[in-house]
Design a protein. Sequence first.
Length: 124
Amino acid sequence: MNGTERPPLRVAVYGRVGNFDQAALDTQVRALRAQVEGHEDWELAGVYVDVAPSGNRMRKQKELTRMLRECRAGKIDKILVRSVSRLSRNIQDCQELLRELTALGVSVRFEQENIDTSEDGITE
């Protein structure tokens, strides 16, 4: 890489289903992975998947916790999620998570709502 090229954006995919619905989970992950693969300047930083009953707090989402550790370690620049409800059903947890990710320089893109925290400034 010469001095003018930027390193690829490290993008993680996060999926969650409320009960073990393999088809729904596969659909979420497949669509989000395709988005990463569709950008030449993006690289897949990991796929994180939780099966957590609706209403559970984030602390029970083990893969979300692992992904957050990777963000804190500077290994992820952006997270793709199908919808806000797939990240968290609890609005307070979601707000806290988005604030922390923003402070770490990690943006989140919610596909269904067409929201990208790097563009929309929703966490300010």
